[in-house]
Ligand binder design. Structure first.
Ligand SMILES: [Zn+2]
Ligand SMILES: [Zn+2]
Length: 138
């Protein structure tokens, strides 16, 4: 799959070419800060198939957390592009809203519904999990 995108102001552009690992929507409390209140829509991708083709993002990690998520964002316009989970250090969690064709995305599952707000909707006929989905059994 080929995915192109960038931040709101255009200072940062990226391209991905390869197989997407997963797609999900995340209802966790942290994501609500970054989306404005709804679930975050994301692709999980291998970092080595992803290139920043213009600009380079600023990085932020909370220092008060044991295993913080690292967040990559445009220092000019503030758009968050990518998150890196300590559980998947070689993957990028790419924000679908920053892709050029966000209509191409569909979720495979929903997670962290423990934090779901009453006004957030779950997609029809996809699994949803209170926290993370169980690890694959292979
Ligand atoms: Zn920007
Ligand atoms: Zn989340």
């Amino acid at each position: 799959m080929n995915i192109k995108g960038g931040c709101y102001c255009g200072a940062i552009r990226y391209e991905f070419e390869g197989d997407v690992t997963a797609t999900f929507q995340c209802h966790c409390r942290e994501c609500q800060y970054f989306t404005g209140g709804h679930a975050s829509a994301a692709y999980v991708l291998p970092q080595d198939k992803f290139t920043f083709t213009k600009g380079s993002p600023a990085r932020f990690c909370r220092s008060d957390l044991q295993e913080p998520i690292e967040r990559l964002f445009c220092a000019d316009c503030g758009t968050q592009l990518v998150a890196i989970s300590p559980k998947r250090p070689s993957s990028f969690i790419l924000k679908v809203g920053t892709t050029d064709d966000p209509e191409n995305w569909t979720p495979q599952f929903a997670l962290f519904t423990c934090d779901k707000q009453p006004y957030q909707t779950l997609p029809d006929s996809v699994p949803s999990f209170e926290k993370r989905p169980p690890p694959p059994s292979n």
